[in-house]
Design a protein around this ligand. Structure first.
Ligand code: SF4
Length: 216
């Protein structure tokens, strides 16, 4: 069984192209300044059976997915479910005539820790972003939250698709807002301090947020 914080398609702000985004629930790393404190609780989120991933990925492929982004929470806390997800993607290649789908995994662990905690996981991914978020080390590198985080290119497809982005520093980071019935979710990696600034701007416009995932 996998405990997930959210699933969304299409994600366009965390990796190239149109992607299925899967956020695992539960993170014990507890980085100060984390924007996703709502994903920390190990008993939060929604539970799905591991075989649910195959259907979710098939649906995403049918809608034109060019990749999978796994984030959290901390995916290595649920290694069997993470492997089930990665295997589901690898066993369902993109339809004939379409570009192959790549797999990008975010972890707050180091690459060595990832390899230990999820044996074989790196062989199923094309790119890996590693390291905890450090509020004291801001960066403007795309898809990374702090300067200590590393983008590892793990496969030929990963190198082909991500090499141009390794040192890419966009003027503004890509972002998406997903509106559900009772909440707005930010998809992407904001610059340090951007979310509190946005909250202040909204307040000045008389728009008041209820709970925010980046506030303790
Ligand atoms: S930034 Fe990532 S690793 Fe750090 S507490 Fe938040 S979810 Fe966990």
């Amino acid at each position: 069984m996998a405990r997930l914080a959210r699933v969304y398609f299409p994600v366009t702000a965390l990796g190239p192209g149109r992607r299925l985004g899967v956020w695992f629930q539960g993170c014990p790393i507890a980085c100060p300044g984390c924007m996703s404190r709502d994903t920390w609780a190990a008993d939060g989120g929604t539970v799905v059976p591991d075989d649910w991933f195959a259907g979710a990925w098939a649906t995403a492929l049918a809608r034109g997915a060019t990749g999978l982004t796994v984030s959290g929470g901390e995916p290595t806390e649920q290694p069997q479910s993470l492997l089930a997800l990665l295997r589901a993607v690898r066993s369902a290649p993109a339809p004939h005539g379409t570009e192959p789908a790549d797999v990008l995994v975010y972890t707050g662990r180091s690459r060595t820790e990832f390899a230990t905690l999820v044996p074989g996981g790196a062989d199923l991914a094309d790119a890996l972003v590693t390291g905890p978020y450090r509020v004291s080390e801001p960066t403007d590198l795309i898809w990374r939250g702090s300067a200590n985080q590393r983008l590892h290119l793990l496969s030929d497809l990963g190198r082909e698709r991500y090499a141009d982005y390794e040192q890419y520093r966009p003027e503004q980071p890509p972002m998406q807002f997903v509106v559900d019935d009772d909440k707005v979710s930010y998809v992407g990696v904001p610059r340090t301090g951007a979310l509190p600034r946005m909250e202040r701007s909204l307040r000045a416009a008389d728009v008041h947020l209820g709970r925010s995932s980046w506030r303790p």
